[in-house]
Design a protein around this ligand. Sequence first.
Ligand SMILES: Nc1nc2c(ncn2[C@@H]2O[C@H](COP(=O)(O)OP(=O)(O)OP(=O)(O)O)[C@@H](O)[C@H]2O)c(=O)[nH]1
Length: 320
Amino acid sequence: MTRQAPIPIILLTGFLGAGKTTWLSRALRHESAGRTAVLVNEFGEVGIDHLLVGTIAPDTVLLNSGCICCQIRGELKDAILDVITRAKRGEIPTFEKIVIETTGLADPSQILSTLMFDPVLHNQVSLQHVVTVADAQNGATIHSAQPEWVGQIAAASVLLLTKADLVSSSKLQALRMRLALVNPTAEQLVAQDCPGFRDIDGTGDSHLPTVNFDRSSQHQDGTGAQTLSLTLERPMDWVKFIVWLSALIHRHGAKLLRVKCLLNTEETGPVLIDGVGHTLHHPRHLDSEVASDEKSRLVFIARDLDMTQLRLSFEKFVGT
Ligand SMILES: Nc1nc2c(ncn2[C@@H]2O[C@H](COP(=O)(O)OP(=O)(O)OP(=O)(O)O)[C@@H](O)[C@H]2O)c(=O)[nH]1
């Protein structure tokens, strides 16, 4: 029997009322929607979003009240396995991807760790994108004051800016810059220009940093989130780096919101390291054409962590 390829998952997150359901409903109607299974997680006893989405995707599954990032992670796993099994049995139409819409208060890093490290799920699904919806009207003000916002922005491979129609271009630009400070690696797209999943897929290799980093820069966000970006001119020592990173995650994983590094190593060539919180994706070896120069680019996003100390420790252990 041939082994089936893992089903791609898109995790759709973003703060309360940012526009997740509105965009998802539109994307499901778009010609590029394909066959998509949708799992919706909402706070409160009465689910509403799944009804909105459910008119387009009739097999939408509403996860029980409670947040998938903390209370019902087991249920998320069961729901994913259940839709896969039902499709195999012919009880529901087959599908080619799964979208999980989180609550507006979810911590994506917890969900990612379930998706990636559960031994059963690991073989069945593969995370394709974390799409975080950022509200242009409230993002830089009300939402960014909430601790959940930073974790959601930091986890994104794609940032989808909603409500651009409600703000001036200067306000939109201010949000873009704010988002780039918190997560310089995510691609930013304006939701109204991105009607479907194809626009998300079309973000090229989402795993690659999309900005040019300064040689070394540190940014402090108003929420306490800080970003450290480093560029190293020469190939790095892979073993030293991995030992250092493992120690960092072990010691400070709870404060580390995001790690994204495109490393050029002497031993292995270009390698991508991508992590959210304690969850580190498997290192991915890249075609050397993807990273044609010898530079390594590293981005760390953290909260309540002394980034100067982090840089010093990196320099001391791994090298400058
Ligand atoms: N003008 C405008 N309104 C939008 C846009 N996106 C969403 N909205 C409105 O914002 C409100 C909240 O949108 P939802 O899609 O329900 O937001 P959500 O993130 O799913 O909300 P929760 O599930 O409660 O966290 C709705 O009234 C939408 O019509 C947009 O791009 N422009």
